[in-house]
Design a protein around this ligand. Structure first.
Ligand SMILES: [Zn+2]
Ligand SMILES: [Zn+2]
Ligand SMILES: [Zn+2]
Ligand SMILES: [Zn+2]
Length: 684
């Protein structure tokens, strides 16, 4: 395989190269070097052969491409192992992967075997429609006839179940139509460039804008777990028939992705695996653009904030992006030439979607790609989704194993996206809009009433609830090249509750918050009453509490819940002595205790503990925060199970209002809350 980093190192270590300063010169230098590089030549041969094959016959899926017999086999066996130990979701994950890697069904029965095994998982998970589809495909694709009777039996069982319960068919969620509301007007000023102001009064909860991304890319960490096109969680994977990298939730998504960008990415599989998500996104932007649009995007930033852009200048070009520009431009041109030769006999028609690159030369295209890569960082938005961290997910994503406090739901960055209109919102660390995602589309909603002509702002990432003033200013300067002047950043007196209390100790004398300053300081001082706390002693006690916390978790994981509860209570009473009442560690302790009580069905104690945690989260993150919404959801479940009907209803109503604000009514948690509410109202 072509090793990207070695190759780049070889070329860029050259002293002639290091003297070059202009992007154009660098690219031309690399281009010349690559012409006689052995591994590049080999790679090009292979690539051209693949393309030729496709033009002379139906696309053949040979093993020299990205499908792989051994991998497919290995993943299926891994799936079997987990299925036997009753880890159904893990088994599903590995079978999906096995299906992505399985070669052409005419040469092996690997695809059929993987599908058949997956159908068993679906059957167990009571997903009968998916189960029945898998069995049909497996039989069609050459499932060994001697094993057939087992599948036939499952199929008939499945049909009976489907008949009994016609509601198992999943409904397609409708995607929102992008729109820009008349609530906003674009304002231009010399200092701040372009930004949005309220054209009319906007009331709390109102939608200000919905926009589809110009281009976006799945974070590589979520590969095989989320659809490469719509970013929803994958149940049954629909793989690209040519490579093992494209995996989708449905053939609809697969076809859309093919027309937009996968027609070229499919052939760059080996290289794309070796570069970061930002670089892959820039390729997608390029593929989504016509020539005039590319130029427009390149100028977008310059027009938006001219003074800033011109004074800061262009950032340094990385060697990697330089190399990639060359590779991709080569291939885009190649592909366009080929398209002109033959447009039929493709698995998917793409002639009407080919970008207008015909009149560009390699260097032009390479330079455009480079410009994209450079200006990307300031306009890219992360698409986040609420992900449930269950035990099986911890196995697939090892970084979760380091989390001491695993809450059930986490807001995760699933994908990177470029939104053109949305990038005009000015930043504030304490903004008056909130962002949510439906599939790929971004929605902005007002979090408070906004008067006419007031700035409508959005938080680029560093939010007052999650970072200190210093951290926010650093991040914004480094990533977005400006010094924040929002109200929260104006002065130190505007410290957020998270900064003041989230990490604070308790003053023995007045119960007020005591900030933990430098570790090396001998004493921490209470700001209210000047009382001093011995830092060495308090840190020693805190680490004892942390050990207790971990021990309690370990005990309950091993099934000894009662001992876990006792230890957790010990930890709690020690932390109550040391930590301020709004300290987040204290809130986590209550939260964990609630979970343990819930496991033994002691709903009353569970909801009492959870309520304490909810109060802290509300205070620290605010009444509109998603953190608060998630806590309310947990508390509602505890009240519900404990049959505390009135408390449950009040909590559910508060949670529903927040989930509407953040996600809209199609959100699954929101639906769950609605069901609980209906049930309770019937009980009254
Ligand atoms: Zn999808
Ligand atoms: Zn592909
Ligand atoms: Zn700020
Ligand atoms: Zn004090």
């Amino acid at each position: 395989m072509l090793k990207l980093d070695e190759l780049i190192q070889n070329i860029t270590q050259d002293s002639d190269y290091s003297r070059l300063t202009l992007e154009r010169d660098k690219i031309e230098y690399i281009l010349a070097k690559l012409r006689d590089n052995d591994s590049i030549l080999k790679w090009k041969d292979k690539y051209e052969k693949c393309i030729k094959e496709e033009h002379t016959q139906r696309p053949s899926i040979s093993d020299c491409r990205c499908k792989n017999r051994e991998e497919s086999e290995r993943y299926r066996l891994e799936g079997n192992k987990h299925f036997q130990s009753k880890e159904d979701h893990l088994a599903l994950y590995w079978y999906n992967k096995s299906i992505c890697f399985a070669p052409n069904p005419s040469t092996t029965s690997l695809l059929a075997l993987a599908l058949a095994n997956r159908s068993a998982v679906f059957f167990k998970l009571q997903k009968f429609k998916e189960c029945s589809q898998d069995i049909e495909s497996a039989l069609e694709l050459g499932y060994p006839s001697e094993l057939r009777s087992k599948l036939d039996k499952r199929k008939s069982l499945c049909n009976t179940k489907l008949h009994q319960n016609p509601l198992t068919q999943s409904s397609l969620s409708s995607t929102a139509t992008p729109f820009r509301s008349d609530k906003l007007r674009v304002h231009y000023s010399k200092e701040a460039g372009r930004s949005y102001k309220a054209a009319n009064i906007i009331s709390k909860g109102e939608i200000v804008m919905i926009e589809a991304p110009y281009a976006s890319i799945l974070n590589s960490k979520w590969h095989y777990l989320h659809c490469d096109y719509c970013y929803e969680e994958i149940v049954a994977v629909t793989p690209c028939p040519l490579c093992s990298s494209g995996c989708y939730c449905s053939s609809l998504c697969r076809d859309k992705a093919w027309r937009l960008y996968h027609w070229i990415e499919c052939h760059s599989f080996e290289i794309l695996q070796q570069v970061d998500d930002g670089t892959r996104l820039s390729l997608r932007i390029l593929l989504s653009s016509s020539r005039s649009e590319i130029l427009d995007i390149c100028c977008h930033k310059i027009r938006a904030k001219p003074h800033e852009w011109l004074t800061k200048g262009l950032h340094k070009l990385t060697d990697e992006s330089c190399f990639l520009s060359f590779m991709f431009s080569q291939r885009i041109i190649r592909w366009i030439q080929d398209l002109n030769v033959s447009t039929d006999d493709k698995i998917l028609k793409n002639d009407q979607y080919q970008p207008a690159f015909k009149n560009l030369n390699n260097i032009d295209i390479a330079l455009m790609l480079v410009s994209h890569i450079q200006q990307l960082r300031t306009n890219v938005h992360a698409i986040t989704k609420l992900v449930t961290i269950s035990k099986w997910r911890k196995v697939v994503c090892p970084e979760y194993n380091d989390l001491h406090h695993v809450s059930q739901n986490r807001q995760e960055r699933i994908a990177l996206a470029l939104y053109l209109n949305s990038s005009l919102f000015n930043h504030s660390c304490n903004p008056n809009t909130i962002v949510s995602f439906t599939g790929r589309d971004i929605t902005f909603k007002a979090t408070c009433n906004i008067a006419k002509d007031v700035d409508v702002t959005h938080c680029y990432g560093p939010h007052i609830n999650h970072m200190t003033r210093k951290e926010r200013i650093d991040v914004l300067l480094k990533q977005y090249y400006f010094t924040c002047s929002c109200d929260a950043c104006q002065s130190d007196s505007n410290l957020s509750n998270a900064e003041l209390y989230g990490n604070a100790l308790k003053c023995k004398k007045c119960d007020g918050p005591v900030k933990q300053t430098d570790k090396d300081e001998a004493f921490y001082r209470c700001q209210n009453c000047q009382w001093l706390i011995d830092s060495t002693e308090v840190l020693r006690k805190i680490s004892r509490c942390n050990r207790l916390f971990l021990r309690a978790q370990k005990l309950s994981e091993d099934g000894n819940i009662q001992a876990g509860i006792a230890t957790m209570k010990e930890c709690l009473s020690d932390r109550l002595q040391l930590l301020h009442k709004f300290n987040l560690d204290l809130s986590f302790t209550y939260d964990s205790l609630a979970k343990l009580y819930a496991e033994i069905g002691n709903w009353k104690s569970a909801s009492t503990a959870c309520h304490k945690s909810v109060k802290t989260v509300q205070f620290i993150y605010g009444n509109n925060s998603i953190e608060y919404a998630n806590e309310l959801h947990k508390l509602a479940l505890l009240y519900f199970n404990g049959k505390q009907i009135n408390e449950a209803l009040a909590t559910i109503n508060a949670a529903i209002a927040l989930f509407d604000l953040h996600y809209g009514s199609s959100n699954t948690t929101r639906k769950e809350l609605d069901d609980m509410k209906c049930f309770l109202l019937n009980c009254l």
